[in-house]
Design a protein around this ligand. Structure first.
Ligand code: FAD
Length: 482
């Protein structure tokens, strides 16, 4: 029997994870090579988490087509893999005659794109859908298939099911060198580990330009476009039921008010170019600007309710028409480029994965569908969603369910232990897997307890545990007793 071909994916974000998952349903060996300590810690962890509606771009563009296809794939994927997703619908509202004409244009585009259920809404209809909209709304569109997803939950689910189907995920594996010899790529990481593969997909986000250079691929440059976002407390006076969009700006979809899949409200993002790929600072000036725009749509949104802020960096290809670069490299053998995956990259990721599989096949990959794949996972219901009866059963099964570690998000010790045993061994990994530390106190009360549990489960000392890998240590001395 011929040996199975091997695809190495550089980058374990939404693009790499979706590709690994769909490839894992086929007869092919798959390995994700991820520089960070966990998957999903790149651009895919810091974004608006919106499954866009498919009306922003014409479907004649690659990005428009993949956005719409991706949007339609999410419902089934979420049902199968159980990541937090809410098909809450998207509203784009107009507050002036000029805006009304623009929003009407997006509505017509949605209809031309055949976006399911596109609806033009009168001011009365909009108020019925979203009573908190500001006075003076003149009309708008509703795209009912738009929604929200917890982006890290999505990436974790894809990766863990890919793993169940045999995919390998190598973390802390920063691809540094590669050479093509005897028909294979020989890839080395900065720590000396290595991997060989028949095909490589460059899905390295902000660093796809550097990774392309490592493989002798196309020469291009990626610069970040910053997006500041503000998370509000779960108990805000008004939480919208839909994602509320303004009229887009030249470079972004504008400042949105988002009912997140995790139950909070989020406001943002900005769109500001920078040269620094690690600059995730936020500014008071941008915060003022964000809230001014958001309050124009939903007056109840208030800076008083902020519990956290963060900044995401969109990987923007320079001197490139369109957004995404999805192609077989013309310079390096057996290399596929998946670069410049800025918004709507999260939405489009299931469709990008299928598109990349098409490119791999064009490049020679032979990967028929598997006859048998791993069963789909069962839903691991979090404690905060359980009825008292369900919780009682869990308490009897394992007393660790009775020990509440994160009080804001109601996360038990049993859930933290499960996260660590599934490979999430940093504070952020546990946070993104369980939501422990994401609530109002922002981990003020639970950090010490979570560190103790990670230490106990991994056999590490508390000082060895990091926030998100690398040098991000949390304690200098053994301040938290083991
Ligand atoms: C503020 C903001 C808001 C956004 N909102 C939305 C939205 O609402 N909806 C939407 O659809 N899209 C949105 N996006 C876009 C979306 O987040 C991205 O398109 C998507 O996350 C890109 O995923 P990726 O896997 O391509 O990149 P990443 O998630 O960055 O993954 C790339 C991975 O490659 C790894 N890597 C880099 N170099 C190496 C190396 N040398 N060796 C090994 N690994 C390496 C990185 O560590 C990283 O984990 C938003 C983006 C931003 C910044």
């Amino acid at each position: 029997m011929a040996e199975m071909q091997h695809v190495a994916i550089v980058g374990g974000g939404a693009t790499g994870a979706a590709l690994a998952y769909f490839l894992s349903l086929r007869e092919v060996k798959v390995t994700i090579l991820e520089a960070k300590t966990d998957v999903g810690f790149g651009v895919s962890k810091a974004n608006s988490g919106i499954v866009h509606g498919g009306f922003h771009l014409p479907v004649s563009t690659l990005e428009g087509k993949l956005e719409l296809q991706g949007n339609q794939a999410f419902k089934k994927l979420a049902q199968e893999l159980h990541f937090p997703y809410n098909r809450c619908g998207i509203i784009m509202a107009a507050f002036s005659q000029e805006e009304l004409a623009i929003v009407e244009g997006f509505y017509r585009r949605g209809v031309e794109n055949r976006v399911p259920g596109m609806e033009w809404c009168s001011p009365e209809r909009l108020r019925e859908l979203e009573p908190g909209l500001a006075d003076g709304v003149l009309g708008g569109l509703l795209a009912p298939d738009g929604g929200v997803v917890e982006p890290y939950g999505y990436v974790f689910s894809l990766c863990s099911q890919a793993r169940r189907n045999g995919a390998e995920i190598l973390t802390d594996f920063r691809v540094e060198k590669a050479r093509f010899a005897d028909g294979k790529w020989h890839i080395s990481a900065s720590d000396g580990r290595s991997c060989t593969a028949d095909y490589v997909v460059n899905a390295a986000g902000l660093y796809a330009d550097k990774v392309s250079a490592v493989f002798g691929g196309e020469s291009f440059s990626i610069l970040p476009r910053k997006g500041d976002e503000y998370l509000l407390d779960k108990t805000v006076p008004y939480r919208p039921g839909h994602v509320i969009f303004p009229v887009p700006t030249e470079h972004s979809k504008g400042v949105l008010v988002i009912p997140t899949a995790g139950g909070t409200t989020m406001v943002g993002p900005t769109a500001r170019m920078t040269e620094d790929k690690e600059d995730t600072s936020t500014t008071a000036q941008d915060r003022e600007e964000i809230f001014k725009i958001a309050q124009k749509m939903i007056p109840a949104v208030s800076q008083r309710d902020i519990i956290a802020s963060f900044c995401g960096l969109r990987p923007v290809l320079q001197n490139w028409t369109g957004k995404f670069m999805l192609q077989i490299s013309a310079k390096a053998p057996a290399l596929i480029q998946a670069a410049g995956i800025q918004s709507p990259g999260l939405t489009a990721s299931p469709a990008i994965a299928e598109y990349l599989i098409g490119l791999l096949e064009k490049a020679g990959l032979n990967a028929p569908c598997k006859k048998e794949v791993a069963p789909l996972p069962e839903y691991a219901k979090p404690l905060r969603e359980m009825t008292p009866e369900e919780a009682d059963l869990k308490f009897q099964e394992d007393p660790a369910w009775t020990k509440i570690v994160c009080r804001c998000e109601m996360v038990s010790e049993a859930e933290i232990v499960r996260a660590v045993r599934m490979g999430h061994t940093t504070l952020d990994g546990v946070k993104f897997f369980t939501r422990a530390g994401m609530g109002r106190c922002q981990a003020g009360f639970c950090t010490a307890r979570i560190l103790q549990i990670i230490a106990r489960e991994t056999g590490k000392t508390v000082q060895e545990i990091t926030k998100r890998g690398g040098a991000s240590r949390i304690t200098a001395e053994n301040e938290v007793a083991k």
